[in-house]
Design a binder for this molecule. Structure first.
Ligand SMILES: [Zn+2]
Length: 317
């Protein structure tokens, strides 16, 4: 048994994951990050404690934590996370001392990608690219079953590729990032601006937008068309870069399933370079919110090992 934790700005969920990659016990609480890192860590520790009890005589072999932000994977320290308000928090060390188990800390979007690769829509695909459309846009890539982290651990920040020079201002302060066009938040903002919620502005929400879309309301349809076009532009770029076997779309909006995917699929096909050849499958997340828990629990399986180059190269003149 392994324990996976998904710590977000609003909720923290933890699950007991068996060797078949299934969550056999799950618990969820509000993260209440405003109480400070110590309080959040102690709340997580209580959740872990309860899961270890539930595991009974099945030993728990490790704990994996997925959270937003930048982390030092070796020490298990969250260096900076805007969403949960953490700076230099040695969460890995803290949990390790308390439970005497190996603890792995990883970016939450990478954990979700790992989960979809191991047990979800992208099972066994290589390369597998995951794009999460939520408050922001995140992502993760697995190549031959290993998370691709880049040299400094900062790869797959897909939300901040450029969609429009000098375009909408992004949370990162750059202008025109993909996230400002393709996030669920951007969809809602576009819908508000185009008057989709006219007369009911205070009720504006994702579910109401999709209700209107399903009723074939013209303004909702136009906004959705524009939105999926932005999403498809970015996905086409990712396909041109990685030539993946599949692209998995996650985040709250992926609950729309075929409605979302079929529209994106057609548009991507028109935009990719090798459009006449076989190309990546575009799929919706299968595990939804459980992806990050399953991925976090199995981080030892998908962590990229540093390749030691032992071969000696000839000196160049
Ligand atoms: Zn940005």
């Amino acid at each position: 048994m392994k324990i996976g934790i998904d710590l977000g700005g609003t909720t923290v969920s933890a699950g007991l994951v068996n060797d078949g990659m299934e969550i056999v016990e799950k618990t969820e609480q509000l993260s209440c990050c405003e109480d400070g890192a110590e309080a959040v860590m102690s709340r997580m520790a209580d959740m872990i404690e309860a899961l270890i009890k539930k595991a009974g005589q099945h030993p728990v072999s490790c704990i994996g934590l997925g959270c937003p932000g930048i982390m030092d994977r070796e020490s298990g320290t969250v260096i900076y996370s805007n969403n949960i308000g953490w700076e230099q928090v040695p969460v890995g060390q803290n949990l390790k001392e308390r439970f005497r188990l190996p603890v792995y800390v990883e970016n939450d979007a990478n954990c979700a990608a790992a989960g979809e690769y191991l047990a979800g829509a992208g099972r066994g695909c290589s390369p597998m690219v995951m794009v999460t459309l939520g408050t922001g846009v995140g992502g993760g890539v697995l190549i031959d079953g290993k998370l691709y982290l880049g040299k400094h651990g900062n790869a797959s920040i897909f939300g901040h590729i450029l969609m429009e020079k000098n375009g909408r201002r992004c949370t990162c302060q750059r202008m025109g990032c993909w996230e400002s066009y393709a996030s669920a938040k951007a969809l809602l903002e576009m819908a508000k601006k185009e008057g989709v919620f006219e007369g009911m502005e205070e009720k504006a929400s994702g579910p109401i937008f999709f209700e209107k879309l399903k009723k074939k309301e013209e303004r909702a349809r136009q906004v959705f068309d524009k939105y999926t076009d932005f999403v498809a532009e970015g996905i086409a770029d990712l396909i041109n870069i990685f030539d993946p076997q599949c692209v998995v779309i996650g985040g709250g909006i992926s609950a729309q399933g075929n409605l979302l995917v079929s529209s994106i699929k057609n548009k991507v096909k028109e935009k990719i370079f090798f459009s006449e050849m076989d190309t990546a499958q575009i799929l919706c997340s299968l595990l939804a919110n459980d992806a990050a828990i399953i991925g976090a629990a199995n981080l030892p399986l998908v962590r990229r090992q540093t390749i030691q180059h032992k071969a000696k190269y000839m000196d160049l003149p």
